[in-house]
Design a protein around this ligand. Structure first.
Ligand SMILES: *Cc1c(COP(=O)(O)O)cnc(C)c1O
Length: 355
């Protein structure tokens, strides 16, 4: 049966990317070797790394004041690597408590310095994005979660602040056009919108580095990774290659403008359907609704299990809400075709008619 993949992460990738990744496992670029068995310091792999780093900069339209790294570990590693590199123990960093992931970032930062929460939407179950809050002028940086994968909220305007802005873009990277030069550091785990699990992309403005007293273990030091061209130790070779294939696919499909157009089309269809059917409710503030992850509920919670059963029968994968939130979550990453959202909304309408 045809599957519609709404998984929140690891999640759907373009079919052509998986095809090419599979071929590279058998034989990489007529080398007579698999991508899994070539050295990371061979010209074959160094070209992969260089092209991937260059494509990130190109898609984000960033200049040479930025560097791009592909690093081990999920986004969770960045929760600690950021303060380790940027925050001395007697200094303060500002954090927005935007949801499950942001809260974890705050906890990790407080191991290195003072993590000051300047805005939180916890009072309403993280169903909105704070705007117009202020940040102490002496804060080393402000950290936000640009898209809240679990709660279904998204920033549609970067906070206007005078301190360096840092964003966890794990679940909306490369999904829209942004003025990326407003950010001093952007990071994302690859497995949601740009590839296979096992690698992070970190985009960093070089001028923010090298300003703290703390000694940093080499493997955690952004500056050392930059000097080594993101090849300080063996990188996750296969995951970097899958990210490159996805970046090429994004560019060939029309770049971030096309990703944005498609995600507006898909998410509008879903939210309009939720709002039109009295059986379903989305609690997220309308202006903050994520185009990547829609989180909503059946008003009669006893209908949730039968609805999820029907989804399963119809090949709709990954639509059960996050364990602490419940309800339904539909993730609409770049590679998800409109056709899948049409099938899902048809199923919602069909279910609502019978109830
Ligand atoms: C999934 C996710 C993370 C955690 O990613 P890992 O790769 O599992 O460490 C962090 N932040 C956001 C916004 C996420 O969606």
């Amino acid at each position: 049966m045809k599957k519609h993949n709404f998984n929140s992460g690891p999640s759907i990738l373009p079919k052509s990317v998986m095809q090419q990744a599979a071929e590279a496992v058998i034989e990489f670029n007529n080398t007579g070797l698999s991508i899994l068995e070539i050295g990371h310091r061979t010209s074959f792999f160094m070209e992969v790394m260089e092209e991937a780093r260059a494509l990130v900069k190109e898609l984000m339209q960033l200049d040479d004041s930025y560097d791009v790294l592909f690093l081990h570990g999920g986004a969770t590693t960045q929760f600690m690597q950021i303060p380790m590199n940027l925050l001395d123990s007697d200094e303060t960093a500002a954090y927005c408590d935007d949801g499950v992931w942001g809260s974890k970032a705050i906890k990790e930062a407080s191991l290195f310095g003072k993590a000051s929460v300047v805005a939180s939407s916890k009072d309403k179950g993280y169903t909105y994005i704070n705007k117009g809050f202020s940040v102490p002028a002496d804060a080393k940086y402000l950290h936000i979660t640009s898209n809240n994968t679990v709660e279904g909220t998204q920033y549609f305007a970067a906070p206007d602040v005078s301190v360096p802005l840092i964003a966890d873009m794990s679940s909306d990277i490369f999904s829209r056009q942004l003025d990326f030069s407003k950010y001093s550091l952007i990071y994302a785990g690859a497995q949601k919108n740009m590839g296979a699990a096992g690698v992070n992309v970190v985009v960093v403005k070089k001028e923010i580095l090298g300003k703290i007293k703390r000694p940093i273990p080499a493997i955690m030091d952004y500056q050392k990774h930059i000097e080594a061209g993101s090849l300080m130790n063996t990188p996750p070779v296969f995951a970097v290659y899958v990210a490159l294939l996805t970046l090429r696919w994004i560019k060939a499909s029309g770049g971030l403008a096309e990703m944005e157009r498609s995600s507006i089309e898909k998410s509008s269809l879903l939210y309009n359907t939720i709002d039109a059917l009295p059986q379903f409710t989305c609690k997220v503030a309308v202006e903050d609704r994520s185009r990547m992850n829609a989180v909503f509920f059946l008003n009669d919670s006893s209908l949730e299990a039968p609805f999820l059963d029907l989804c399963k029968q119809e090949g709709m994968v990954g639509v059960k809400g996050y364990r602490t939130v419940g309800g339904i979550r539909v993730s609409m990453y770049n590679a998800l075709p409109l056709e899948s959202v049409v099938a899902f909304t048809d199923l919602m309408k069909h279910f609502a008619e019978k109830k």
